[in-house]
Design a binder for this molecule. Structure first.
Ligand SMILES: Cc1cc2nc3c(=O)[nH]c(=O)nc-3n(C[C@H](O)[C@H](O)[C@H](O)COP(=O)(O)O)c2cc1C
Length: 376
């Protein structure tokens, strides 16, 4: 078994399956990659159609993080899934990907406190608690600004935010996606509720671990209510510490979250726990992948610094079912074919791959987006 072994995503026994499992031709998932190129109205434009279609040979594609409400935005030109224009924009993407033989999930996003009032007509971004946040963000008109201390969500507002995720999930279905991933990672709203460094609430949504998981699990239940669990994934990043994120016991916190998501039969857990590259976790940190592999009974997807060798190895050893590739898919639209040729010895490991250009990651046009060459 390796990256090229097919996989059935979504346990058949998961529910009164409205849709059933999704057949993946390989285990290479294109990771969620924010590219800041949405057009007027935070709509994915024609270039996004080309970009995603070029990558249709992935086991499945995860879209860039996509805000479920205007207040969920924190970066310029990120797409949304809350307006009819955005749904129409995404329909063009999903149609083209399906015509090219691919599968595509939308990543549902709310940045919470990782934002600026500039994105919200001067209104403060929201968070579980009004705590200061280290970091700077690009403002809508360009220059970077320091992140402001957010305002704590009122207890009575929380059901509305859950409802926004539910609406995002419904819109994603109307837009023709094959499923959705809940973005519970990277210091954004769900992660802020989950970790005790950012959640100091004294009501039913803070304090004990059970209370801190209440909002993320209400979101998961709402989204599963729309899609059925076999088409819903959830991303976590237990070791993520940017934007003042911390947790006093990530092992306990994320084991419990994984158990709860497992019980709900979600299709997969997307674990960002880098083994190499810029998101590698510190060598002293305890890896949670082996624990979560046991606790989460459906598919485990690993993410962060994987390549052909380490990706094949973890699948062969049974350490994971799926492997997410971020920068490699960004720079190599036909990554599965390139890996295949490298394995067959018909291309060298270095000359066989395009190198990603970080200067074109966020914003701009075709350059560094749709112009990475395919193999002849
Ligand atoms: C340009 C860029 C944009 C990213 N945007 C997102 C995002 O929208 N959502 C998310 O969950 N992770 C995002 N990430 C993290 C990637 O999905 C992935 O987890 C990370 O790059 C590690 O995988 P890799 O080593 O294969 O690149 C982004 C990473 C990069 C480089």
């Amino acid at each position: 078994m390796n990256l090229f072994s097919p996989f059935k995503l979504g346990l058949p026994e998961a529910s009164g399956a409205s849709r059933g499992p999704l057949e993946l031709p390989n285990r290479m998932v294109m990771s969620a990659l924010t590219r800041c190129r949405a057009v007027e109205g935070n709509v994915p434009g024609p270039l996004a159609v080309t970009y995603y279609t070029q990558r249709a040979s992935a086991g499945f594609i995860l879209t860039e993080a996509t805000q479920v409400t205007p207040l969920g935005q924190g970066y310029p030109h990120t797409p949304g899934i809350h307006s009819p224009e955005q749904v129409r924009g995404w329909i063009k993407v999903t149609d083209a990907v399906h015509q090219a033989g691919g599968r595509i999930f939308l990543q549902l996003w709310h940045v919470g406190r990782v934002s600026l009032p500039d994105f919200h007509g001067g209104e403060l971004p929201v968070a579980p608690s009004a705590l200061p946040v280290e970091g700077e963000l690009f403002s809508p008109d360009g220059p970077k600004k320091k992140i402001t201390t957010p305002r704590a969500l009122e207890l009575a507002e929380i059901p509305r935010v859950v409802e926004q995720f539910k609406k995002g999930a419904e819109n994603a279905m109307a837009a023709g996606f094959d499923g959705v991933e809940i973005h519970g990672a990277n210091g954004y709203l769900l992660d802020q509720f989950t970790k005790d460094g950012s959640n100091r609430r004294t009501d039913a949504y803070g304090g004990s671990l059970e209370n801190r998981l209440r909002f993320p699990l209400e979101v998961a239940d709402a989204v599963v209510g729309v899609w059925g669990p076999e088409r819903v994934g959830y991303r976590i990043s237990p070791h993520f510490t940017n934007y003042s994120m911390s947790d006093s016991n990530p092992g306990e916190t994320f084991t419990r979250l994984a158990q709860e998501l497992s019980r709900r039969k979600l299709a997969y857990l997307d674990l960002l726990e880098g083994i190499a590259g810029p998101r590698a976790i510190p060598p002293t940190a305890v890896r949670l992948a082996p624990v979560l592999r046991k606790e989460f009974k459906q598919a485990l997807m690993v993410n962060g610094g994987y390549d052909l060798r380490s990706g094949n190895e973890i699948i062969e050893k049974g350490g994971a079912d799926l492997v997410c590739f971020g920068t490699l898919f960004l720079a190599n639209p036909d990554l599965p074919e390139r890996f295949k040729r490298i394995m067959a010895g018909t291309s060298g490991p270095v000359e066989g791959l395009n190198q990603a250009d970080p200067s074109t990651f966020y914003g701009g046009g075709e350059k560094g987006y749709t112009d990475y060459p395919k193999l002849p």
